[in-house]
Design a protein around this ligand. Structure first.
Ligand SMILES: CC(C)(COP(=O)(O)OP(=O)(O)OC[C@H]1O[C@@H](n2cnc3c(N)ncnc32)[C@H](O)[C@@H]1OP(=O)(O)O)[C@@H](O)C(=O)NCCC(=O)NCCS
Length: 143
């Protein structure tokens, strides 16, 4: 298994991962390509050329370093891959700043447990972040 920076040629693979897992927020190729042009960093984990996971690091509208996406294929979860992706994102982020933030839906217990295990703390609850009626926790880790 390797983790590497994804480029425009990987956009379809990233879409594929986001669709396969009932993630609920399928990513679309055009947006990914646009974000890549803006300088957002995508990492892809793969084995034998097969994508297993993806993560994205970018600056948010408040100029904070944010982990916008971390997603591991369902049948590859709980084997340490998410942790490896997160560690690599943290390393990249630590070169650019001293904290990493993220937003997670308040009912995504699996992800919340994952982030807490990795040293993130809830700092705020935010309503209507992406859609009216949704509720997210903002979590932060000092690097
Ligand atoms: C969150 C996610 C990326 C974690 O990836 P992963 O490869 O399964 O994580 P790891 O195997 O590295 O798990 C590390 C630790 O996180 C916690 N964790 C991971 N999955 C968990 C689960 N289902 N229930 C409780 N704790 C969990 C555990 O503490 C785990 O350590 P352990 O296995 O030694 O107990 C993965 O569950 C995922 O892709 N979920 C769907 C997408 C998503 O919701 N992303 C976050 C959106 S904000």
């Amino acid at each position: 298994m390797i983790i590497r920076h994804a480029d425009a040629n990987d956009a379809h693979r990233i879409v594929e991962i986001s669709q396969q897992d009932g993630y609920g927020h399928p990513l679309d190729k055009e947006s990914i390509l646009n974000y890549m042009k803006q300088g957002d960093i995508y990492l892809i984990a793969e084995e034998n050329n097969k994508p297993l996971g993806v993560a994205k690091l970018a600056l948010n509208e408040h100029a904070e370093l944010e982990l916008f996406v971390i997603l591991v294929k369902l049948d590859e979860q709980r084997k340490g891959l998410g942790s490896k992706l997160l560690k690599k994102i943290e390393k990249l982020a630590s070169v650019k700043g001293n904290a990493l933030v993220l937003h997670v839906r308040v009912n995504n217990n699996k992800a919340i447990d994952f982030y807490k295990k990795h040293g993130f703390s809830v700092v705020q609850e935010i309503a209507d972040l992406y859609e009216k009626g949704d509720r997210h926790y903002k979590m932060i880790k000092n690097l």
